[in-house]
Design a protein around this ligand. Structure first.
Ligand SMILES: Nc1ncnc2c1ncn2[C@@H]1O[C@H](COP(=O)(O)OP(=O)(O)OP(=O)(O)O)[C@@H](O)[C@H]1O
Ligand SMILES: [Mg+2]
Length: 331
């Protein structure tokens, strides 16, 4: 369980999150949505501990590993497959130690642990991830420095996926993926064995990969179970109820106020007028719904990346795919 309690976050003097609380059960694949500039990426900085909140706290299970795509995409001379393999720090350390260890007891321990963490399948798993993100076998052996920035971001994504953190944070990963890569990632997230929070404006991705939505809205965080479409329906229903309550509240207030206005000067009715003034105070008001959601709009899927360096036919495959991805959410 990830527990965010009473969280307030201020950036450059502006309060982005104010006394927000939300709990995310383990293993959830949650989409984090909210309008541009709401503070979604900032919330990630709080989750990773790079930004301190003004109030409140975030609590994660003890020793939970958080992973996100490295800001600095790898650009070294190392082959892609090695970069991805190195992302599993424990495996890398054990492999290095196995080379030099002489104590038979320690060697046995290392071997047992390597079996426990499924180290023998590591290369195949790393290759599978790279392949899903568009790198064929030959490309996997090429140095990272031979790829452009967008392709290096995919390598960084592959690395964090391979490291299998307990909480995986993804901030708009479709920015550097083509359609085929996006669809592969959706499937990967859906089957991911641990928790994921993904910031995305891609309705299809959220519907396919997420089973919960966290809405950052008016400085608050709200957790909804279900896909993006289900969230939108729940939110629309809640907004409708709130609007109805506001209209009813306003009508009642108007009625009470007119009584007060009519009779406040009349000595015989002064007490009733006074009690209605009190009733008005007790009632309070219902806030208007601020519309900043729904209204998906058609947005033709642009070709964000050049064709795969190794398999140019993938672009053609993406273009032919009948799956519609024409909706971006507007929150
Ligand atoms: N280091 C910073 N210094 C000053 N202002 C910042 C800084 N980082 C973020 N902001 C501001 O804080 C607000 C929230 O930014 P953030 O990047 O968290 O929003 P977001 O919800 O991720 O938006 P988007 O959907 O556009 O990515 C924005 O108004 C942004 O301009
Ligand atoms: Mg952002």
């Amino acid at each position: 369980m990830i527990s965010i309690s009473d969280l307030s976050v201020r950036v450059a003097g502006r309060l982005l999150i104010e006394h927000a609380s939300v709990s995310i059960p383990d293993g959830m694949k949650a989409g984090l949505v909210g309008r541009n500039g709401a503070g979604k990426s900032t919330l990630f900085r709080v989750l990773t501990g790079t930004l301190s909140p003004e109030t409140g706290s975030v609590s994660l299970p003890k020793q939970a590993r958080i992973g996100q795509v490295a800001q600095e995409a790898p650009g070294t001379e190392d082959p892609l497959i090695d970069i991805v393999l190195a992302a599993d720090k424990e495996r890398a350390a054990l492999m290095a130690e196995a080379e030099t260890a002489t104590d038979p007891h320690r060697i046995a321990e290392i071997q047992t642990r390597l079996v426990d963490i499924d180290a023998h399948s590591a290369e195949a798993r790393a290759a599978g991830i790279l392949s899903g993100l568009g790198f064929d076998e030959a490309a996997q052996k090429r140095p990272a420095s031979s790829f452009s920035g967008g392709w290096r971001m995919r390598v960084a994504l592959a690395a964090v996926l391979f490291s299998e953190p307990d909480l995986l944070l993804l901030d708009e990963p479709t920015n550097y993926l083509d359609l085929e890569g996006t669809m592969w990632l959706e499937d990967y997230i859906r089957r991911y064995p641990y928790s994921v929070i993904i910031i995305s404006h891609d309705r299809d991705l959220l519907n396919t990969a997420a089973n919960a939505i966290i809405h950052l809205d008016q400085q608050k965080l709200t957790f909804y179970r279900g896909s993006y479409d289900q969230f939108e329906r729940q939110k629309a229903a809640a907004d409708e109820l709130q609007t109805k309550a506001r209209i009813k509240n306003e009508a009642q207030r108007k009625h009470l106020q007119s009584f007060v206005d009519r009779f406040k000067a009349k000595a015989s009715k002064a007490r009733q007028a006074q009690s209605r003034v009190k009733a008005l105070e007790r009632m309070g008001t219902v806030a208007a719904v601020i519309e900043d959601h729904v209204q998906g709009f058609t947005f033709p899927e642009p070709e964000k990346q050049p064709a795969s360096p190794s398999l140019p036919s993938k672009t053609a495959l993406s273009a032919m795919n009948p799956k519609s991805r024409s909706f971006r959410i507007s929150i």
